[in-house]
Design a protein around this ligand. Structure first.
Ligand code: ACM
Length: 267
């Protein structure tokens, strides 16, 4: 199957124009799994909690999930993409999984970064894995984490222990470390990872954040299968066999999952 990450440059607060701008790349990605950045249509560095709330959308009825469904139905791909979710009075930094059949599930970011803590509640549903199919109807197990979750190795570990073959990782990275860390996350957990980051600079009115690009797709052998530049929009893609992630053995003596000693680890 083919994984593609779309590295984009949204304009904050312009959800519909941002969806329109990404549409051609989404429809021509020619991939089984397409990963878009965190908050890819709303923008990220909100001026206020009121602005974040005004941009938040219900799932699956909001415009972003609906547009993702149109793209999935038109292409046969599964899409994973970040959006600000409104659920009643609660707001989450979320990522949705959308297949040609429609919305499949939502992950609510567990580890909030910087001012996200002012605007969103931390997700408390854990690290979920969904069974999805590629365009040839071969099934595989897809886990989702969002941006700063990478910094906590337990996120990817839990997804791997929950059976993920592939981790989709919508991101708005600002610290420089993640692109070089992801091959290790993939290696230690025996999974494929697909980090879709954004580029550009946003201001919240008093401060600026610059996003570091460098989207990256990694294999369970720590190979960088595809990577994007630092400052430009880009589409990257890699062909993988997701079931290769199911062989977690390193050699006849060592197994990435079986050799764990949880009784020795701190909680
Ligand atoms: C981040 O979690 N957006 C850095």
């Amino acid at each position: 199957m083919i994984i593609s990450c779309l590295q984009t440059h949204p304009a904050k607060g312009e959800t519909e124009p941002n969806l329109d701008r990404v549409e051609e790349a989404a429809l021509t990605a020619d991939a089984d799994l397409v990963v878009l950045p965190e908050l890819f249509a709303s923008g990220y560095f909100f001026d206020s909690t009121e602005q974040a709330a005004a941009l938040a959308e219900p799932v699956p009825d909001g415009p972003t999930t609906q547009r993702l469904h149109q793209w999935a139905a038109a292409t046969g791909a599964t899409f994973v993409a970040g959006l600000p979710e409104r659920d009643g009075d609660a707001f989450y930094n979320a990522a949705v999984v959308v297949t040609p059949n429609g919305w499949l599930g939502t992950y609510r970011k567990a580890h909030l970064f910087y001012e996200e803590n002012d605007h969103f509640a931390a997700g408390a549903d854990g690290f979920q894995v969904w069974t999805v199919t590629d365009r040839r109807r071969r099934s595989y197990r897809l886990g989702v984490m969002v941006c700063f979750d990478w910094f906590f190795p337990e996120s990817a570990r839990t997804l791997a222990l929950n059976g993920a073959d592939v981790i989709a990782h919508p991101s708005n990275l600002v610290l420089p470390h993640c692109p070089s860390a992801m091959p290790v996350r993939a290696l230690e957990n025996g999974v494929f990872t697909a980090t879709a980051n954004r580029v550009g600079t946003e201001s919240n009115g008093t401060e600026e954040l610059t996003f570091i690009g460098r989207s990256v797709i990694c294999s369970p052998s720590a190979e960088v299968l595809a990577s994007a530049p630092e400052a430009e929009e880009a589409v990257i893609r890699a062909e993988i066999d997701p079931h290769a992630a199911r062989d977690t053995a390193l050699n006849p003596y060592n197994d990435r999952h079986g050799d764990r000693r949880p009784e020795l680890y701190a909680r």
